[in-house]
Design a protein around this ligand. Sequence first.
Ligand code: PMP
Length: 343
Amino acid sequence: MKYMKKSFSKMVPYHSKLITDGIILNANEAPYNPPLEIIELSKEEMNNVDYNRYPDMDEVLLNEAIAKCYKIDPANISCGVGSDELLDVCFRAVLEKDDIALGFTPSFSMYQVFAELVGAKFIGVKGDDNYLFNVDDMINKIKEINPKLVVICSPNNPTGQYFSEKDVRRIIESTNALVLLDLAYIDFAEKDYCKISLEYDNVISFKTFSKAMALPSIRCGYCISNKDNIDMINAVKAPYSLSTFSQILAKNAISNFDLYKDKINEIKKERQRLFKELKNLGFVVFNSEANFIYTLMDEKYYQELLNNKIYIRRFDNLHYRITVGSQTENNMLLEVLRCAVQK
Ligand code: PMP
């Protein structure tokens, strides 16, 4: 990377190899496809697309569909190429060089990358020995370092911890910083409180079509906030970034969100079962309200899974994250681990 500026010299390209064969439990994807009705509806609409024209940069139909789902005003929504794009836009719009963004650690690794890309610093508040984060620790840290940006991921990737609406409000009300509420996995949790961002000046909620809605292929995310924050995002976001096809699929998915409910409930049930079974096998597991489970295991088990083409996410030789798959996939994972434990 000989042309890379000095301050970026330590950056390494993010890479995740495309896996097409085996049991894929490493990227928090859904084990199901979107309901057929959504795909069929979208195919029909795609027949009438003006392929020679740019997409609607105001995402009017998609924003209206999201607004209808939450009973809010479309002016309070902006969409992007995954919530990744929208989060990145906020870090770029808010942080100057040497500013501080505060979050928990471990959390979604891109927060640190987005901060460092603008020369800012990401500071992470650690949890206890069980990776449990304490909201008071966050509030104290906010008082101590007065960050420009605070990012809360609920449920947290990779540990799975869900922050209650009350706790999130306590954090928001303790700071004047802009609070980014990353709710990528909230559809698998007790309650979706994404609309609370509309009650404050300093909050933006982020959601995605990539997880519960089973559409990571279309790269579409959205955020909800007051008009001023939405204007900020729209001013910085690249024009026409979200393709016409992504807008069509996302619109049909959110308009038919009810069709996903059974699938989401199945994942929640499987999460509970997987948690129990992993625990019974002697693995250290942490409570999760997401579609994954954080676990500590010896590397030999990871190798055994790999030998059987079962892919989970490895952070180091002790920390792993297992996406909750279908019942069959989870059974296969458990069977391989069971045999490995008995060896
Ligand atoms: N936030 C969190 C916590 C995530 O785990 C991810 C994806 N892994 C994202 C945001 C980005 O999701 P997407 O860009 O697919 O919407």
